[in-house]
Design a protein around this ligand. Sequence first.
Ligand SMILES: Nc1ncnc2c1ncn2[C@@H]1O[C@H](COP(=O)(O)OP(=O)(O)OP(=O)(O)O)[C@@H](O)[C@H]1O
Ligand SMILES: [Mg+2]
Length: 294
Amino acid sequence: MATKIEMFTGKGGVGKTTMSVAGALYHSRFGRTLLISTDPSGSLSEIFSRPLDQRVTEVDENLEVVELTRRLVLDLWRKKFADEIYTVLSSFLPVGREIIDYIEGAPGIDEEFMLDYLLTAARSGRYETIVWDTAPTVTTLNLLFVQRLFYSHLTQAQKVYIKVKNVFSRVDPLALINQWLELTAAIIELLKTDTRSWVVANPERLPVEQALDIAASLADFGIGINGFILNKLLPGEVCAGSSFWEEKYSRQQDWRECLRQRAAYPVREIPDLAGELSTPESLATVTSLLYQSE
Ligand SMILES: Nc1ncnc2c1ncn2[C@@H]1O[C@H](COP(=O)(O)OP(=O)(O)OP(=O)(O)O)[C@@H](O)[C@H]1O
Ligand SMILES: [Mg+2]
């Protein structure tokens, strides 16, 4: 059975990490689950009270967690691809190994490799579900577009290489270019067939507008959408009697209505909770609210 990927995306600070942990706790009841975070702020280490940015760590019987920091991703990238890239480039150009440092600094390399990491984890056959807590909006969408761009670049590289093949006498990098092309195609396939996304928003203008934009981009890319999570809704009964809270409540209701009308997917609602949501135990409340209808 293919590993399912459930991704959480949305504007900064709307509750992606909170919902991802809640999601991971839910899925780990049914099978081995990996929670991957590409959020640079490192909230998972705090929630699970241990460093999670070096390697995959088992935090519960059926739950493993890793925080993919840029540094960790680049180190893994070097181990996996640096030799291959050097082989290909040095067959075209008079370059030394320092070219790897240069490429490492290129925009999109860490994002590209994060997806490779996701693919490797999905193909390991170890997990029933991978929950992916993405970095705030822009980076996530970049990541998807970088992937598509990379694919078209590689296709070009392959065509060019076939044309000028006879000029090179040393190694034959075509096989490697083809391998990368296959890898990239497999990642796109993984995103299109096995991935479902949740777009998280708060009942305010910018988070709602961004959520609608993100959903449109995901749909355009071909990624399945479970729905929106409208998080941190003020409970009406506690707002009654105070003009400040009544006004805030009423503004939230306007944005709630706006999302409901414009959303082409289901909207799940999570109230603004009074307690601190910084431990797996406290997040169990969110799990039951989020998955109560499943
Ligand atoms: N329903 C809720 N009720 C109360 N507090 C919440 C709720 N959802 C999230 N929070 C709190 O809001 C803060 C931001 O949530 P979280 O870190 O999950 O957002 P994020 O989208 O992952 O942020 P970032 O974009 O920085 O990664 C956290 O302190 C979290 O505990
Ligand atoms: Mg986060």
